[in-house]
Design a binder for this molecule. Structure first.
Ligand code: SF4
Ligand code: SF4
Length: 319
């Protein structure tokens, strides 16, 4: 039987998703039996020209991690889409924009100002910014264009499946790989995970009545490890996040931060969490409510930590 032809790629990514694909442990031996990896820049020395030479649709599946932040990310997304029968947005950055997507609260100019002018360790008196093209004695050098707005993979090319997580848990990765290996694929557009319900649904911590008088940051209290963290005032995102991870973070005393994306049927994860919080604040006095809410540091970054590019907001409007 012909082996499955797989490729893995990272765009605007931290590399964690590439490492997560190896977290399948000894199942990697099973994968090696049935699949060949034709292109995987983080692990093997391939050139883009190797991919360009492949016939269209000659790759069975592409696991694409990372957001679309530069012209190079976009170009390779189009190239791999053309060459692959199945395109999978693997991990939060590719699926929803992820952490790199928080840059959509800024624009290219303000990011460059911070990175190349303002940081204390930068010495750049002539205020030189990176340019896509620059002339040097040896000729013209070209680097990818840095876009104003971070996009998801699905905002760039047609995507067949989404694998949530930052990074995806081992069992979620294997669920996707197993579907590819067996050919038992879910309907196009499926978010591949063991659950369509919320993290709260699979969280074993004791849940009583959710009524909150104040919010805490994780370093401010030592929570009771057996009780729901949200009920103790920690901003646990499990109520608005798709399950399938096994609620690992809350069980380790860390609030869920929302990396598995919205639960099935919800378009905007941030506003879902916001409305859940609004319903559990134990107060009727507008001034006191304002004070309780003011304890939430960086609300926009918290509510849209992984999903700003894919949200209804998509980005901040900057004049
Ligand atoms: S989803 Fe998380 S682990 Fe994966 S590339 Fe993005 S930041 Fe890294
Ligand atoms: S700790 Fe978090 S995930 Fe667990 S039940 Fe409470 S809100 Fe839900």
């Amino acid at each position: 039987m012909a082996k499955l032809k797989l490729v893995l790629y990272w765009a605007a990514s931290c590399g964690g998703c590439d490492i997560a694909t190896l977290a399948i442990g000894d199942k990697i031996l099973k994968l090696a039996e049935v699949a060949d990896i034709l292109f995987w820049p983080i692990a093997m020395d391939f050139k883009y020209s190797d991919v360009e030479k492949m016939p269209d649709k000659s790759i069975d599946a592409c696991l694409f991690n990372g957001a679309i932040r530069t012209s190079e990310n976009e170009h390779i997304a189009h190239l791999l889409r053309a060459k692959s029968k199945i395109m999978i947005a693997y991990g939060s950055c590719s699926y929803e924009g992820g952490m790199p997507g928080l840059a959509n609260f800024f624009n290219r100019r303000s990011i460059f100002d911070r990175a190349y002018i303002e940081t204390q360790s930068t010495d750049n008196p002539k205020k030189v910014y990176p340019q896509p093209k620059v002339q040097v004695p040896e000729g013209e050098l070209e680097i990818p264009e840095f876009y104003d707005t971070v996009k998801t993979l699905a905002q760039t090319v047609d995507v067949d499946y989404f694998v949530p997580g930052c990074p995806p848990e081992e069992k979620t990765t294997w669920l996707a790989l197993e579907a590819l290996i067996t050919g038992k694929l879910p309907p196009k557009g499926t978010v591949i995970s063991h659950s369509i319900k919320s993290v709260c649904d699979e969280c074993p911590l004791i849940k009583e009545e959710k009524k909150i008088k104040t919010f805490y940051r994780t370093h401010q209290i030592i929570p009771d490890p057996k009780k729901c963290l949200l009920e103790q005032g920690l901003l646990c995102y499990g109520v608005a996040t798709r399950g399938g991870c096994g609620a690992l973070c809350p069980q380790a005393g860390m609030p869920c931060t929302g990396c598995y994306g919205p639960v099935e049927g919800v378009v905007d994860q941030g506003s879902h969490f916001l409305s859940a919080l609004a319903s559990i604040i134990d107060c009727d006095d507008p001034e006191e409510i304002q004070e309780i809410i003011s304890n939430i540091v960086d609300p926009a970054g918290t509510f849209y930590r992984y999903s700003l590019p894919d949200s209804l907001l998509r980005r901040a409007r900057i004049k």
